[in-house]
Design a protein around this ligand. Structure first.
Ligand SMILES: Nc1ncnc2c1ncn2[C@@H]1O[C@H](COP(=O)(O)OP(=O)(O)OP(=O)(O)O)[C@@H](O)[C@H]1O
Length: 572
C-alpha cells in the first residue's frame, strides 16, 4: 500500500502498551532475571567509575608531589579493578543481547499468530482498516523495538545511577560558593552540581525545540522505504506479466515515484539531523567552560590541586553525560517512538473485529444454509440479492451470471471473507474447500505444494501419485520430492489441475470452485469434473463458471443478475 507525503505518526499513549505483554508472559522469569542481571551489572560498572575517580584524585596528588614509589604501589589494584570492570561491562552487553533476542522471538511469534488468525492477513490487505506493509512491521519493527528499547532503557538506568553516584561526589568535593552581590551575601552549597544541571537542561530545551520534527520525518521514512521494497517485490512476483507487457518504463516510473518520496523526506531527515547534531556538538565543545568559570574562585584562592581538579572534572563530566542522555539519544528515542507507533497501529488493526454485516456460522449439519443473503459493496450499494437457499448434501450447483454480477463475491461471502451486506450463511467449514481461479502454489517440494494446507506427511506417496494421474499430471509423479518454485514451473492450467488434485486428496464434504478450471481446454476440464464427481460422489459442489459445457456436471443453477437471484434445476 502506498503512503503519501502527509503521513505523520499518530500520537497515542496506547502505543507504549506494545512493550508490556512480554514481561507478563510465560517467559517472564527469564525476562526479569536477564533484565535484573543487566541492571545489576550496570550499577556495578558505575560504582567502578566512582572508585576510579577517587583513585585518580589520590594517584595524581601523589604523582605531582613526586611520590613515584607510592604511585607504583597503587597500580596492581588499579589493573585488577580495570579487568573486573571490563568483565562487568561486556557481560552486561551479553545479557542484554540474549534478552533482546528472546524478546524479539517471543513478540514475533505472537504477531505471526495474530497475523495468521481470523484472516487478519486478508483484512489488512482488503478490509476498510488497513495497515501498510505488515511484513516490515513483523520483520523489522519488532527487532528494532526490542533492541532500541533495551538499549535506551538500560542507558537511562545507567544515566540515573551515574547521576546519583557522581552528584554525591560533586556535591561533597565541589564545596560551597560564597559571594557578595549588591550588598547581599550569597551562599550556594553544591553549586557545581547545580551548574551542571542548569547547563544541561538549557541545552536539552533548545534541542527539543529544534529537534522534534525529526520524529515525524523518521516515521515517514520507514513508510517510504517499505513502499519501495513492496514495489520491488511486486516486480519479482510478476516478472513475466511485466515482461510480456513490456512494462519496464511503467515500473521505472512507479518505483521512481517511491524514490522521490524517499528523497524528499530524506532531505528533511538530513536537515533535522544536521540541526540536532550541530546543537549537540556545539554543546559538547563548550560544556566544560562553565566548570572552569565556576572553579575560578577556588583556583584564585589556590585551593585547587591537580588531583582535586581531576576528580571534580570527572564527576562533573559524568553528571553532565548522564543528564545529556536525553540529548544524545534524541534521534534514537524518536526512531523508537515511531516504531512503537507503527506496531501499535498494526495491533489495533489486527485486533479490530471484521466489520459486521453478513454473519457466518459453523455448523455440523451436512447442508449449506443461506438465509436472507444480500451482497453489497463496501459503500453499501447492493451487488446481488440471494435470499434463502439450502444446498443439500451431494447437490451440485452452478453459479452463473454476467461478469461483475457478484459470483466471486458470493463465494467470498460463503467463505466469510466478504462481510458487506446482510444475512447469514452456515455450513461445516472444517469439511469445506475453496478452489479460487488463481490457486496458491507455494514453493518447496511438489509434495508440500500438493498437500497444502496440510503438512506433506499427511498423505501417502501412492495417494499423491494417484491424484496427479487423475488430473492428467502423471508426468510429475516422480518429482514429488523435488524442491522448486512451482508457481513458475507449472503453467496456469497445470496449477489449476494441481488445485483439483488437492481437493481429491482432501476429499471435502463441500467443494467451492470459483472458475477453478477456466485456464483449461474443454477436454481437460471435462476430465477433471469427471474425476471429481466419481471420486467425491457425496460432496456438495458449488461452481462458478461461464461455460455452458459445465451444466452437464451440475443439477441446479443460481443465476445472479439485476434483482433477486434465480434458482432452478438443470436438465440432464
Ligand atoms: N474489494 C472490492 N471493493 C470494491 N468493489 C469490489 C471489490 N471486489 C469486487 N468488487 C465489485 O463487486 C462486483 C462483483 O465482483 P465479482 O468479482 O463478484 O464479480 P464476478 O461476477 O465474479 O465477475 P467475473 O465473472 O468477471 O469474475 C464488481 O462490480 C466488482 O467491481
Amino acid at each position: 500500500m502506498q503512503t503519501t507525503d502527509e503521513t505523520t505518526p499518530p500520537h497515542s499513549l496506547s502505543d507504549w502498551k506494545v512493550l508490556f505483554p512480554y514481561w507478563k508472559s510465560e517467559e517472564k522469569w527469564w525476562a526479569w532475571s536477564l533484565l535484573g542481571g543487566a541492571i545489576g551489572l550496570s550499577v556495578l560498572y558505575v560504582q567502578s567509575a566512582v572508585w576510579f575517580g577517587a583513585w585518580y584524585h589520590r594517584f595524581f596528588d601523589a604523582f605531582f608531589a613526586g611520590q613515584v614509589a607510592h604511585c607504583l604501589g597503587m597500580l596492581p589494584l588499579y589493573l585488577l579493578v580495570t579487568v573486573g570492570s571490563v568483565a562487568v561491562h561486556v557481560t552486561q552487553t551479553y545479557l542484554t543481547q540474549i534478552l533482546s533476542m528472546r524478546w524479539r522471538l517471543w513478540n514475533t511469534r505472537v504477531y505471526l499468530r495474530q497475523y495468521l488468525s481470523e484472516e487478519a492477513y486478508y483484512r489488512l490487505e482488503h478490509g476498510p482498516n488497513r495497515a501498510d506493509n505488515p511484513d516490515q512491521r513483523i520483520a523489522d519493527d519488532l527487532s528494532q523495538m526490542t533492541v532500541q528499547t533495551l538499549k535506551l532503557g538500560l542507558d537511562a538506568i545507567d544515566a540515573v545511577t551515574t547521576l546519583f553516584s557522581f552528584a554525591v561526589v560533586l556535591w561533597n568535593i565541589g564545596g560551597v560558593l560564597s559571594f557578595d552581590w549588591h550588598g547581599h551575601h550569597f551562599h550556594i552549597p553544591g553549586y557545581l552540581f547545580l551548574g551542571a544541571v542548569i547547563t544541561t537542561l538549557t541545552a536539552s530545551g533548545i534541542l527539543e525545540r529544534f529537534g522534534s520534527p525529526l520524529i515525524g520525518a523518521n516515521y515517514r521514512q520507514q513508510h517510504f522505504d517499505a513502499d519501495l521494497r513492496a514495489g520491488l517485490m511486486d516486480i519479482r512476483r510478476n516478472s513475466e506479466q511485466i515482461a510480456f507487457y513490456g512494462g519496464e518504463e511503467a515500473e521505472h516510473l512507479r518505483l521512481s515515484g517511491y524514490l522521490a518520496h524517499i528523497a524528499t523526506n530524506w532531505r528533511s531527515v538530513v536537515r533535522y539531523t544536521w540541526r540536532v547534531n550541530f546543537i549537540g556538538e556545539i554543546y559538547t565543545g563548550i560544556a566544560t567552560v562553565p566548570l572552569w568559570l565556576m572553579l575560578a574562585p577556588k583556583a584564585m584562592a589556590h585551593a585547587l590541586t591537580f588531583g582535586l581538579y581531576s576528580q571534580i572534572n570527572s564527576a562533573y563530566t559524568q553528571v553532565r553525560i548522564s543528564l545529556e542522555w536525553f540529548i544524545f539519544n534524541y534521534a534514537d528515542l524518536a526512531t523508537l517512538r515511531s516504531v512503537l507507533q507503527r506496531l501499535g497501529e498494526f495491533e489495533r488493526t489486527v485486533s479490530q473485529q471484521s466489520e459486521t454485516g453478513i454473519e457466518r456460522f459453523v455448523s455440523e449439519i451436512p447442508s449449506v444454509q443461506i438465509r436472507d443473503l444480500t451482497l453489497c459493496l463496501p459503500d453499501t450499494t447492493p451487488i446481488a440479492r440471494i435470499g434463502n437457499l439450502t444446498l443439500e448434501s451431494g447437490e451440485r450447483w452452478l453459479v452463473r451470471g454476467a461478469s461483475g454480477s457478484g459470483k466471486s463475491t458470493f463465494l467470498r461471502a460463503l467463505a466469510g471473507l466478504w462481510r458487506h451486506g446482510s444475512g447469514a450463511v452456515s455450513f461445516n467449514m472444517r469439511q469445506a474447500m475453496f478452489l479460487p481461479q488463481r490457486s496458491y502454489v507455494p514453493s518447496g517440494t511438489l509434495r508440500q505444494t500438493l498437500s497444502y494446507p496440510a503438512t506433506p506427511d499427511r498423505y501417502e506417496t501412492l495417494s499423491c501419485q494417484r491424484v496427479l494421474e487423475a488430473v492428467n499430471l502423471a508426468g510429475y509423479s516422480h518429482r514429488l520430492d523435488e524442491i522448486a518454485n512451482w508457481r513458475d514451473v507449472l503453467s496456469p492450467g497445470e496449477q489449476q489441475r494441481l488445485a483439483v488434485a488437492r481437493a481429491l486428496l482432501f476429499r471435502p464434504a463441500i467443494l467451492f470452485l470459483d472458475e477453478a478450471t477456466s485456464a483449461l481446454d474443454e477436454g481437460n476440464e471435462r476430465r477433471l469434473y469427471e474425476a471429481l464427481l466419481s471420486a467425491l460422489p457425496s460432496t456438495t459442489f458449488i461452481s462458478v463458471a461461464h461455460r455452458d459445457a459445465l451444466c452437464r456436471f451440475h443439477d441446479h443453477e443460481i443465476v445472479l443478475g439485476d434483482g433477486n437471484a434465480v434458482f432452478s434445476a438443470l436438465e440432464k
